[in-house]
Each structure stands twice: as C-alpha cells, then as structure tokens.
Design a protein around this ligand. Structure first.
Ligand code: FE2
Length: 183
C-alpha cells in the first residue's frame, strides 16, 4: 500500500487477512488517483454536503469514526452473542473502511475550486461507484455487499450482520448533525 493511504487509514492494520488488507488499501489508492480530491483535502472538506455550510467535521474524522464504532460494535456482539450471531471482523472493518470510498468520484471542483457534487455522482452515488472500484481491486462480494447496502439505497437489501453494523454506525454519526446542525 502507498504512504498516502497508510497515513489516511491507520485502521487498515486491523484487517488481519493480508490479501484483504491490500485489496482494501488498493481501492483507496485507485479512488485517489481518479478523484479531484487529494488525501490532504480529505482532512479539510466537510464529511457531507447535506448538512449546510456550517458543518465543520471533516471527511476523514467522520469516516474513521464510523470504522471505530463498527469495530467496537462487532467486538461487543461477538462477546455477547458468540456463535449465535458471529461477526466477521475482517469483513466488517474492510467494509467500514470502503463504505464511502466512492464519494471520491462524486466530487467535481466548481469555478472557485470548491468541491461540489458532480454529474457522475448525480447518476451514480457512492454505493454504486464504491462497489465498482472495489470489485476492480478484487474485493470479495461479502465486503462489496456492505458498500452497496450501507446507505438508503440498501434499505431494500437483506443486509448481513456486518452490513447492518456499518449502516447504523454511519447513520448514528450523521443524522444528529442533520437534525441538530451546529449554530
Ligand atoms: Fe455513505
């Protein structure tokens, strides 16, 4: 994996399977190669365009928070439910790291150089573009399922346990900003 992605995602080290870790990192590398955004931009731009101009939480802080919550949730479910509802931690962590990777293709720069949603992103939101990028990098279907089903597009999908966890980790860290925007 390259240095930019290693710096962006220390959480990649939590994936035990080396091949899956590399495929997960590679997906981010490809997305960064094709994006108008740089790795540095991701530490500055707001994590969503849906909460108005006052949102200060940056893209990476939100994405990493989702991964941390997903991992802690998976560990607790394994601790309390054991074999009754086993959570595959590698699949969970890889899926959480990749859930929003397609967002890198959703942005265009406007005339003032500001990142805004572009035409590609309007036609293909990040659950779709994320799956496309991940499959290209050899990411297995159980992880692509998490990318595909993490947002509202996935509400008609029969989610796996890992996909449910990522979906809720994502929304519990997004909806409060939407209903109680910073003033
Ligand atoms: Fe998302």
């Amino acid at each position: 994996m390259n240095e930019a992605v290693r710096k962006l995602w220390p959480e990649l080290d939590w994936i035990r399977d080396e091949a899956l870790r590399e495929k997960t990192a590679r997906t981010w590398e490809v997305a960064l190669e094709r994006s108008v955004l740089s790795a540095e931009d991701l530490g500055v731009i707001p994590f969503t365009l849906l909460c108005g101009p006052d949102l200060k939480v940056n893209f990476m802080d939100h994405k990493r928070c989702v991964v941390h919550i997903a991992r802690a949730s998976g560990e607790k479910m394994n601790q309390f439910f054991g074999n009754d509802l086993p959570v595959n931690m590698d699949v969970l962590i890889s899926g959480a790291i990749l859930a929003d990777v397609g967002k890198l293709l959703e942005y265009e720069l406007d005339d003032s150089g500001k990142a805004v949603q572009g035409t590609y992103g309007r036609y293909l939101r990040h659950p779709f573009s994320g799956v496309s990028l991940a499959e290209e990098c050899g990411v297995p279907p159980e992880v692509c399922h998490i990318i595909a089903a993490h947002a509202h597009e996935g509400d008609l999908v029969k989610r796996t346990t890992e996909a449910y966890i990522v979906h809720h980790a994502d929304f519990m860290t997004f909806l409060p900003f939407k209903s109680h925007p910073a003033t």
